[in-house]
Design a protein around this ligand. Structure first.
Ligand code: MTE
Ligand code: MO
Length: 161
């Protein structure tokens, strides 16, 4: 039986567009992070740097934005690629097991040194959980992160229900 696709890549890429758990694990070891807590002590799990995905997906120079889509709970963030190129990672394992949904899995985006919620375009809210699709585009893509405090508080209340 073949493994399910965990990440689908769309848009300005020339290479690989579908990643299973095995595909993520097979990305070159220079891009793997065995223990995310060494990058951010508040986080755990194993990850692959965004740059590892960019290499295998063969991103085109036209791509200026990365949009992270979670259809599971309809949450989406679109970010300037230059701002997350070196800081973005995908947490996808808990030691050698797939990352559980309770931890934002099977695949969760995470930005090293992100700002607090709503403090900048690349903020904590952009750490999209349950990412199923990544889109690379010339223009900013769909983004429904909360824009004001009330909407943000409501989202957090819902997340922690
Ligand atoms: N899919 C999805 N990802 C999400 C959210 C969400 O509601 N759905 N909330 C965001 C917000 S507003 C924040 S601050 C962080 C919180 O991440 P944490 O629960 O790991 O602390 O997740 C972000 N990622
Ligand atoms: Mo947030």
């Amino acid at each position: 039986m073949s493994s399910p696709v965990l990440l689908q890549i769309d848009g300005e890429v020339a290479g690989k567009r579908a990643f299973t758990w095995e595909d993520l694990k097979e990305i070159d070891s220079q891009w793997q992070i065995d223990d995310v807590s060494l990058v951010d002590p508040a986080r755990s799990g194993g990850a692959v740097w965004l740059r590892g995905i960019l290499e295998v997906a063969e991103i085109l120079p036209e791509a200026k934005y990365i949009t992270l889509h979670s259809n599971r709970d309809d949450f989406h963030a679109s970010l300037p690629l230059t701002e997350v190129h070196e800081r973005g990672m995908f947490i996808y394992r808990d030691r050698n097991q797939p990352l559980p949904v309770t931890a934002g899995g099977p695949v969760r985006f995470f930005i090293r040194d992100h700002t607090a919620c709503q403090a900048a375009e690349v903020d904590e809210c952009a750490n999209v959980k349950f990412v199923e699709r990544i889109e690379f585009s010339r223009q900013k893509g769909f983004d429904n992160r909360p824009l004001d405090d009330a909407a943000h508080e409501a989202l957090h209340r819902q997340e922690n229900h």
